[in-house]
Design a protein around this ligand. Structure first.
Ligand code: EPU
Length: 496
């Protein structure tokens, strides 16, 4: 087994910016600027859903996926992390959340038979997607111990995505294509924006309209009528991950040819395309940024194994970086890490692959890093918070800039509560390491800040308490037990 060391692959020197590294000027405007008229929609109205409460007041929190949860609902989980233990051992990477959610929605496109999805992560978001599919009339059974989901969508009974789920679960919009093709209409009740900044769903609605659907926005809901949907030329202003998948799903059963410009390249998108292709969809160009879909008459139920979750894998790699030691990740693919792999190597983390096994080692002082998030294969926005936590241990100043979601720096204040020396500098964050982290009570503002705080806790002196743990559970399965398997002192505590 040969490790690729940072010495071989990087020429990074602490505290320096690489030559030509951009400053803190904003280089991308992710706000859509297109006219709704182009899509046949009424101009002057933004199709970003209805307004919704913010996280203020302590009643609502937001998942990293953009959905809201009522923090006063049901039992509260919090994670207790006592730092200081190096990690050693083997951990299993979960199935990919951001592929499984789309596949659950896509399985409702099949009018006959039963879809079997394997390696489905046992996380709260999947449970919400199951509830939503059931609310529409699908018979869904999630065999959690087997991580297997069985969907029978032969009878859909409702075209309404109910507010109590849709408002809390942004991925609800993924169920629209199945409803349009199966029932001729879809109503999304209470869909709102989210606190990851100016993130909305206009690409989805515009795409449906270009395919021939009629989109009407009402005060408290969005109603979409299929009409005569047919293939069309679609585009995305930016390569939206879910937008790409949703428009491919919508085009799969629309007669004629659809081409979609500026598609996302994320590995999960390719896995969703593989799943749809097994169902009978005719899709080409996946991974090129330019996808063509030939509409077919029907899609059939199939069996599929969800790919490994690259974000979950990278989080465990970063746990090793944080705590030191050596961990073996079963099912992780280094290729799916994209730029994340090179950044961790530059910091001094070593990787070695052995088939589908990935070993990660950190046995030296970490070096600082420069990170700018961008769509795959760029540095994943979902790992921006975790790498910020890791940067606290690096000797020198790290530079981190988020370009996908403009509200994703809520970790800064929490790390500083733990003794971090982290500052927001214009549109970037500077982490002045090394920081002596101390355990304290911290708030998970979303899924990814939550898991980043657990990572910070691994390297902190004393006890770190992260809540609400529910946000972490929405995206990572059995975090406490998997980290404990590696020797970390982490427990999930449930209180009423
Ligand atoms: N955008 C629009 N209009 C749209 C769609 C997107 O303006 O109609 C903008 C957003 O505001 C954002 C950017 O485009 O600034 C990228 O959004 P994208 O659509 O790519 O994100 P997403 O598909 O909604 C998925 C993941 C996210 C992940 C992003 C980026 C799922 C369910 N969610 O979101 O995952 O951060 O892609 O890779 O696939 C997470 O897992 O914690 C999470 C947030």
């Amino acid at each position: 087994m040969e490790y690729w060391t940072a010495r071989k692959t990087g020429d990074w020197r602490p505290g320096e910016l690489p030559p030509g590294w951009p400053g803190a000027t904003e280089d991308s405007d992710l706000s859509p600027t297109d006219s709704l008229e182009l899509a046949g929609l009424e101009p002057g109205r933004e199709l970003r859903g209805t307004g919704r409460p913010t996280t203020g007041g302590g009643h609502l929190a937001e998942h990293g996926d953009g959905s809201l949860i009522d923090m006063n609902d049901g039992p509260q989980t919090r994670y207790r992390v006592r730092g200081g233990n190096p990690l050693q051992g083997t951990v299993f990477v979960q199935g990919a959340k951001n592929a499984a959610l789309k596949m659950i929605a896509a399985s409702l496109l099949a009018e006959k038979g039963r879809t079997v999805l394997r390696n489905v992560p046992v996380i709260e978001d999947v449970r919400r997607a199951v509830e939503l599919a059931q609310a529409l009339g699908a018979v869904v059974k999630f065999h959690e111990a087997e991580r297997t989901l069985v969907v029978d969508a032969s009878e859909l009974t409702s075209s309404v995505l109910p507010a109590e789920i849709a408002r809390r679960f942004r991925a609800s919009v993924l169920f629209v294509p199945a409803l349009l093709h199966r029932l001729g209409e879809a109503t999304i009740e209470g869909v709102g924006g989210c606190n990851l900044g100016s993130r909305n769903l206009d690409f989805h609605y515009r795409g449906f309209a270009r395919l021939g659907a009629r989109v009407d926005e009402h005060e408290d809901r969005i109603h979409i009528t299929a009409g005569h949907m047919r293939g069309a030329h679609l585009y995305l202003d930016t390569p939206s991950h879910t937008g790409t998948e949703n428009l491919i799903m919508a085009a799969s059963l629309a007669p004629g040819t659809t081409v979609i410009d500026n598609c996302a390249l994320e590995p999960e998108v390719l896995d969703v395309i593989a799943f749809l292709s097994k169902m009978g969809a005719r899709i080409s160009g996946g991974g090129t940024g330019f996808v063509t879909v030939q509409g077919v008459g029907e899609l059939t139920a199939v069996e599929h194994t969800v790919m490994a979750d690259r974000i979950d894998a990278a989080v465990f790699a970063m746990a090793a970086a944080m705590a030191g030691g050596e961990v073996t990740l079963v099912g992780a693919s280094l290729d799916d890490f994209g730029v994340v792999r090179w950044k961790l190597e530059q910091m001094g983390v070593e990787f070695a692959t052995h088939g589908a096994i990935l070993q990660v080692r950190r046995d030296r002082q970490l070096r600082p890093i420069n990170v700018i998030t961008s769509p795959f294969p760029g540095f994943a926005t979902d790992l921006q918070s975790p790498i910020m936590a890791v940067s606290c241990l690096a000797e020198g100043t790290s530079y981190i800039r988020e370009t996908i979601f403009d509200g994703r720096y809520s970790l800064v204040g929490e790390l500083n509560k733990m003794g971090g020396k982290v500052e927001i500098d214009g549109t970037a964050v500077l982490v002045h390491g090394p920081c002596a982290l101390r355990g304290t009570e911290v708030i998970a503002h979303d899924l990814r800040t939550g898991i980043a705080l657990v990572l910070a806790g691994l390297a902190a002196e004393g006890e770190t308490v992260v809540s609400p743990g529910y946000l972490i559970d929405r995206g990572h399965a059995s975090v406490a037990s998997r980290l404990a398997t590696l020797g970390a002192d982490v427990t999930a505590e449930i209180s009423d």
